[in-house]
Design a binder for this molecule. Structure first.
Ligand code: NDP
Length: 610
């Protein structure tokens, strides 16, 4: 018996999830393990379907001719009815009497039959082809979402069904039994949504990711060595290499482990609220404890106590390279552990982007999406705790080292600015910890070397480069310059924060009356795409704000060397690349609606430039 019935590239009829409607789709790939076909709809939307939800074009044509001989006129009227009820269309809000309702049920049966018999012809005019959008493509009326959320409050399961698949009510007075039948559809659909194999490899594929595993640690090593030089000019490449044995000290590694354990302990404390993450491909939602800000306060108290008892925090500065090597060794060990344990993970728990079947690639991107030991979520923990809080502690250590080395009674103005700006950034991230649950790192990328190294080594040791640089290369800036840089940082922060909050609030509760002034384009998935406010200014306003802040962090280091500007240069490259990745995913998710959004908001990050 053949393992699959439809070939890649074949044009077939695919059932729209949760409905009885079939649309012309093209088979993109087949997952042998999950037995699911990835199919592409005309508008670019990609979905995973079971074989039983796919029919050949010819079977439709055959049945169409049978039905056309029986009742051509009826067929055309049914077709228009079925289109008006296609999934994703808003409720028309018309009430029916019980007899009308019976009639409607009969009618619906016929529609169902005839919809199955008559494939919808793709329209030549792109704007009229189905993409699940209501006729008006831009709106700020979230009533259809609000209705849905209010109406079924008592039955949380049903609410989740609707939320996950955004099955908008086909008519306002939808009966409970009909909803229950949708719930059944949902249950059978759970298996349809297992993540398919990763076909499109990023970061240069296998070779690119293999090289990055060496290139990233080498870059950190190089930057730290350069920063130690009196003249850290790039012309002085390569910097003198230290003796290998000087890079490792077991005590330093012990301190690093202690730090990691302390943060893990804070994470486990039963303080702070517990929230649900976004639905996984299986429909399940994971729970996360939001206590990062408490962890920060407790850490501040612990550091304060250490300083009170005369602990020399500049120990961190003196052994900075050894700490970086310890963190790198730990992140490599953690990545190996994560990859090995991911081999036993169920298919539906694998990351959509790290499931290529290539060892090096999956090791780098992360094979398992949300590796957990009990309720301890390893990725979520590493994202915001040891590395991010560690970054602030390192900055403080640099500030104290500067005062000690240069015999200062006060830190330099440059050092104060760098410390304060970055402290604000970290505190903001921890205060808004919940927002991390909707980021690509949590929802899309697995937990592998990329994030383990990024969170535990890159963030604390590269992002603190300006403070490290200032210890060895004192830079004096005037008060007016300091004021101008502070204003720049505030502008960046304002854009970054308000853009992120606008999107997060809209995603969490699109019907929030406070957001009623915003317009959005509805999409086939039920989520809207904001086209006014910050998200109507450029397509990634949060990246714009972040880049402005990155520049403000480098400026206090003066213009003698490019080294302290490494962060802003790297960050622009990172966010431009990240934007392209996100764009690609959004195009797949939202199809035509995304194209409309791009037409409406043509610039990606920098207005009138890019
Ligand atoms: P974003 O917060 O930019 O989210 C992108 C997602 O937002 C898209 O996938 C889409 O997801 C949704 N979206 C896109 N356009 C719209 C729209 N018009 N209306 C509503 N929703 C839209 O993702 P990131 O994770 O990349 O960034 C989060 C923050 O973290 C940013 O501020 C970024 O600057 C920062 N960051 C910082 C880094 C650092 O090292 N300091 C590194 C990386 C990021 P969906 O539709 O599925 O909701």
């Amino acid at each position: 018996m053949p393992s699959r019935k439809f070939a890649d590239g074949e044009v077939v009829m695919g059932r729209w999830p949760g409905s009885v409607l079939y649309y012309e789709v093209q088979v993109a790939s087949y997952d042998d393990v999950a037995h699911l076909y990835t199919v592409k709809y005309k508008d670019g939307t990609e979905l995973a379907l079971k074989e039983s939800d796919i029919r050949t074009l010819s079977s439709f044509k055959h049945r169409k001719s049978q039905s056309s001989s029986s009742s051509p006129s009826r067929r055309s009227s049914s077709r228009s009815r079925s289109r008006s009820r296609s999934p994703g269309r808003p409720a028309k809000g018309r009430r029916r009497s019980s007899s009308q309702s019976r009639e409607h049920k009969e009618d619906k049966k016929k529609t169902v039959q005839e919809t199955n018999l008559v494939p919808l012809k793709p329209s030549e005019n792109n704007t009229r082809s189905y993409n699940g959008e209501p006729e008006s493509t831009e709106r700020n009326d979230t009533s259809f979402i609000a209705l849905e959320q209010q109406k079924f409050k008592p039955d949380l399961d049903i609410e989740r069904v609707l939320e996950h698949y955004s099955l908008r009510p086909r008519k306002e007075e939808k009966k409970r039994e009909e909803i229950y039948s949708e719930k059944k559809i949902f249950e059978t659909m759970k298996t349809e949504k297992a993540p398919p194999k990763t076909k499109e490899l990023e970061f240069g594929g296998r070779i690119g990711t293999f090289m990055l595993i060496f290139f990233l640690p080498a870059t950190v090593f190089y930057l730290l060595l350069m920063c130690k030089q009196d003249d850290p000019s790039i012309m002085n490449f390569p910097p003198p290499l230290p003796a290998l044995e000087s890079l490792w000290e077991t005590r330093v590694f012990g301190v690093f482990l202690l730090w990691f354990a302390l943060q893990a302990l804070f994470y486990l404390l039963p303080i702070g609220k517990v929230v649900e993450g976004l639905p996984l491909s299986s429909g399940k939602k994971l729970h996360y404890r939001i206590n990062g800000f408490y962890a920060f306060i407790l850490t501040a108290a612990a550091i304060g106590a250490l300083l009170y008892f005369q602990f020399e925090l500049h120990y961190l500065y003196d052994h900075f390279m050894q700490f970086a090597v310890s963190a790198a060794a730990f992140s490599m060990g953690l990545s190996i552990f994560l990859y090995i344990r991911s081999l036993k993970a169920p298919e539906e728990e694998l990351a959509p982007s790290g499931n290529s079947g290539y060892l090096v690639y999956d090791f780098f991107i992360g094979h398992e999406l949300n590796p957990r030991i009990g309720s301890f979520d390893l990725k979520y923990f590493c994202e915001l705790r040891p590395g991010l809080i560690g970054w602030v502690v390192i900055n403080l250590a640099m500030l104290l080292a500067e005062m000690k080395i240069h015999n200062l009674s006060m830190p330099s103005l440059s050092m104060i600015l760098v410390n304060s700006f970055q402290l604000l950034y970290v505190v903001d991230a921890l205060w808004n910890e919940e927002a991390v649950l909707t980021t690509m790192d949590i929802t899309h990328d697995g937990f592998g070397f990329m994030l383990a190294f990024g969170d535990l080594v890159w963030v604390p040791f590269v992002y603190s480069l300006q403070a490290f640089y200032l210890v060895g290369h004192p830079t004096t800036i005037s008060w007016p310059v300091a004021a101008a840089i502070t204003i720049l940082n505030c502008i960046g922060y304002y854009i970054f924060r308000s853009a992120n909050s606008q999107k997060n609030n809209f995603r969490r509760n699109p019907a929030d009356p406070k957001l009623a002034y915003l317009k959005f384009i509805p999409t086939a998935t039920g989520k809207g795409l904001l086209v006014t406010g910050w998200w109507g200014f450029v397509r990634h306003p949060n990246y714009l704000g972040d880049i402005i802040m990155a520049l403000a962090w480098s400026l206090p280091c003066g213009f003698n060397h490019i080294l302290p500007y490494f962060y802003v240069i790297y960050f622009i490259c990172l966010l431009v690349h990240r934007e392209a990745r996100d764009e690609h995913h959004c195009k797949q998710k939202y199809g035509l609606a995304w194209e409309k959004y791009c037409q409406r908001v043509p610039y990606r990050i920098f207005p009138y430039i890019y």
